[in-house]
Design a protein around this ligand. Structure first.
Ligand SMILES: N[C@@H](CCC(=O)N[C@@H](CS)C(=O)NCC(=O)O)C(=O)O
Length: 203
């Protein structure tokens, strides 16, 4: 199995999930500028040209981070990285995955855009992102993880996205529960190993 990634981008969550379930995998770095890997043209792996992409043993390729996370969780149901099929809790977990993918990930992507000027980004961060961080912070103030005491793939994705604000000058240090969540996540072996594999130093 091969995970296509770029250091510090949104493939980190998939890598954390693969490590959580003990899946053996190879990391394949994608150069965003040239859309190539050491194997060659990345568009041949996925015409979207985005990471993450997960190439399975039979050669099939999964894309879309939230879908990859669900596939990893469902391939190892014994690890409980998502609640059971059909349970009410499952839809709450999928709700969080969707919230991270759409409101947070997409929102943060705006902050990295080369097409938006600094003043507009600052206004966007204050009016759009800050309330979303506040919402997550309030939830985490009374929940160890998004789903409570049980770690799920939604936490891996949330952690991934919450690593980004400092890189674009968005200060989230005032959100105490988010900070505690990040520290809790960084105690997990899967997270430490994934950061190291991508060459990311958080502190
Ligand atoms: N809808 C995709 C979006 C993935 C995405 O935005 N990937 C970014 C990195 S976080 C990317 O590959 N960007 C390539 C580029 O900017 O050239 C998903 O959720 O997996």
């Amino acid at each position: 199995m091969k995970l296509y990634f770029a250091p510090g981008s949104c493939g980190l969550a998939s890598q954390i999930a693969l490590r959580e379930v003990g899946q053996v995998f190879e990391l394949m770095k994608v150069d965003f500028a040239t859309k190539t890997t050491v194997e060659g043209d990345y568009f041949k792996i996925t015409p979207k040209g985005f990471v993450p992409a997960l190439k399975l043993e039979d050669g099939d390729v999964l894309t879309e981070g939230a879908a990859i996370l669900q596939w990893i969780a469902d391939s190892h149901p014994e690890q409980g990285l998502l609640p059971a099929f059909g349970s009410r809790e499952r839809y709450k977990a999928l709700g969080w995955l969707n919230y991270v993918a759409t409101d947070l990930h997409r929102g943060m992507a705006t902050m990295f855009s080369p097409f938006i000027d600094a003043a507009s980004k600052a206004r966007y961060a204050e009016s759009n992102l800050a309330p979303r961080f506040a919402y997550v912070d309030e939830h985490l103030a009374s929940h160890e993880y998004l789903m409570g005491s049980q770690f799920s793939v939604a936490d891996a994705y949330l952690y991934n996205v919450l690593c980004w604000p400092p890189r674009v000058g968005v200060d989230i240090t005032g959100f105490a529960a988010i900070q505690a969540f990040m520290a809790r996540m960084e105690q997990r072996e899967s997270v430490r190993a994934a950061l190291e594999a991508e060459g990311i130093q958080r502190h």
